[in-house]
Every structure is written in structure tokens, then in C-alpha cells.
Ligand binder design. Sequence first.
Ligand code: ATP
Ligand code: MG
Length: 429
Amino acid sequence: MSQAISRVRGMYDVLPEQSWRWQRAEGIMRDLFQQYGYREIRFPVVEKTALFCSAIGEVTDIVEKEMYTFADRKGESLSLRPEGTASCVRALVQNNLMATGAQKLWYSGPMFRYERPQKGRNRQFQQVGVEYFGNPGPQADAELLILGQRLWHALGFDAQQHPIRLEINSLGTSDSRGRYRDALIAYFEQHKESLDEDARRRLYSNPLRILDSKNPAMREIIANAPVLTDYLDEDSASHHAELKRLLDAAGIAYVENPRLVRGLDYYSKTVFEWISDELGAQGTVCAGGRYDGLVERQGGKPTPAVGFALGLDRLLLLIEELGLWHAEPLADIYVVSEDGLDAAETFALTESLRREFPHKRVVQHLDGGSFKSQFKKADRSGARYAVILGQRELDEGTVSVKALKNRDLPQQQVSREELPRFFHENLEK
Ligand code: ATP
Ligand code: MG
């Protein structure tokens, strides 16, 4: 045997034992987004590197350290997308989507970041994003948070038992952020000796990023830094106040966190994170905010925008650890047949059941063997009924039906004509 080639570090296979969770989550989200009037957009996994540098910001973790960047055969620098908003804005501008008015969009797909793999942090991971373009008001921010709350509920998170906490903050406009920036630089300059290497490098180029540091040694100095709230301009302050009023009215609890700055440069005014305390260090399952300047900076007309991205890997990890969901059985009906019986006869029977019950799982045993071994498989499939076809049944125009969950019920013979009615009556119980 030759040496097997393994997968890339930090990436993973979704096996059948797990894929049902992904499908269920994706289904719930698709339905919910549709209910709120959001439409799906799909864009490439690869973009020109310059797009991410300009949209996300040169002095950010993502662009400085985390991108998968390569030269294609013509020497053009391309990158695997590390997030969706930059591509979404590119697609919006390139396809002139704003010509028909405000756009409510969602997307789902793999993102790539060269990070240290750990629980809840992978190099290929799945994000689901929602973006609302063309509405400058706090009501757009509020809608996304109301949608978020409904999503947690739809996914089975009980607000009392397994809360997902909402933290909000306002980053103000670039003007107010400029004034805050000066104050931050002055503060960190006084504590230069306690800054780590990243922070020192970013002190003048992007001091706000220092607040987003994950280094525990930086915690204290960050905790005592000036807060942005004290520098907020009037427009951002009233935007923030109105958002809070709308959240209160909608019954959505939130925590104000003046240190919340987010890891990307394009945000303005509202930023938020949804956090679970039940997932360890990687507790942020969803994050986003307003980015009013980005579309214009990417070559479009000035367009206000707000959005969020949800880390599906983390969310599913949480759902699995909390045991919120149970797997559906592989089969509802399991069809077994006498060893040696013409498979064509069994196919005809199984297909007639599949036609009659398009939403039930009807699995046919094709691997032969004794009835005993076939029933073992039938049990393992989780099916409620086994349908048995033998030569005797075939001659008599019947099948035998055995209830697998209720062992007290005797096996019974049912005519082929009666079989659909039997299952219409019994499968729905
Ligand atoms: P973190 O602070 O955890 O590094 P981030 O600020 O880099 O997150 P965003 O860029 O805002 O994250 O991405 C939104 C969401 O995507 C995160 O809240 C998280 O749930 C998920 N996410 C980000 N990076 C990863 C990763 N490497 N692996 C798995 N999920 C991730
Ligand atoms: Mg990160």
C-alpha cells in the first residue's frame, strides 16, 4: 500500500454523522432569510488580493497574517476569500445591483484564514453572511438583530437555558474615530513598555486594532484605555440611542460593550457580536456592524450598509455540545427480501413505496444475507417498519410488515393493494 495523503492542517471533512447538522442549519437559515425578504447571492471563492487589502484594511490580522495568497499562472496575485463582505460589495458594485434600490442579501460558503487551528478556529471554515445595502437608519441595524434573535430561537437555543448574549457598541464616524484615535495614541504612548509587538507596530498605523488584541497580557492596559463613547459625534450617538430604543421595544436584551471594536477596518457606527459562554475562548458565533463608507471606497456610489457574518462551524459545535438536536433516522421503512429472490421484484416494490411516500425514507437492503442479518441492519437504520418480500409473499401478492419499534405487534401480512393505505394510517401516528 502506498502512503496516503492527508488533508491540509486546519481543514476538515464533514462526515455523514455530521452532515445532517449542516443541512438542518442551512435549511433553517435559508427559510428564515427568505421570510425576512433577503435573497441569496453567490460569489467566487477567489478574488484579486487587492480587493481584500483595500476593503478589510492593510493593518489587520486578516490581511497581515491570515490570507491564503498566491500568484496565478500569469503572475496575478489572488487570494482565497477570508470573509464575504468584501466580495459581496465587489459583486454589488460590479453588477450595479443598487440600480434597483436597496438590496437585502445573504450568502453561505467556505472562508479561508491561515490561523492557528484550535477548537472553533479552522483554516477553512463556513460563514453565513447577511448584508443590507441602501438603508442608513438604525432600523436596518435593528432588523438584523431581530433576525439574529429569531435565528437562535429557530435553531433551538432557549434564551434562559442557553443564552446567546448580544453585545453592541458604536464606532462613530471616521471623524469621531479620528479624535478618539489621537486620544488612544496618547494613552498607549504612556504605556509603551507594556505593549506587545503587534501593538507597538500598530500604535500609529491602526491603534484601534490594539483594542481587539487577543493577548491576555494586554488585557489590563486595554481595560484602562479611553473609551470611544466619550468621543462619539452627535449623529452616531442619536443613531445608537434609536437602535437601543428599537431593541428594547422588540424585547431584545443587549449588553453595551464600549471596548468592542471588531477586527476589520470598514466598520462605522453600530458594531455587534453574539457570544455564547458555553464554547470556551472562541465564543463569538456571529459578528457584524455598519459599514457606510465601504461601497464608495470600493468604487460604487455612496451606499450605507450593515451586515453580519455567522461562523457556522462554531455554531454547530455548540449545538452538538449542548445536545440541542437529535439525528433523524436513516430510514422510515426498510425493505428486506429473501436471499436469492429476483432483485427486480424488490425494486418494483420499493419504488412503488417511494412514489407513494415521497417524503419518507425508504431504504432497500441490497446486500443479501439471512433475514436475521437483514433485520439487524433494519434496526440499525432506525426505521419504524420493515417490509419483507419472500417467494411466498410474491406468489400470494402480499408483503409481510414488521413493526420494529413496537415489538409486541405481531408481524402481519398485507396485500400489495392495501400496502399504501396501511402506511398512510400507521406511519403518520
Ligand atoms: P475571532 O475574534 O474569533 O478571530 P473575527 O473577529 O476574526 O473572529 P469575523 O471576521 O468577524 O471574526 O468573522 C465572523 C465570525 O466568523 C466569527 O464570529 C466566528 O464565528 C467565525 N470565524 C472567524 N474566523 C474563524 C475561524 N478561523 N474558524 C472558524 N470560525 C471563524
Ligand atoms: Mg480572527
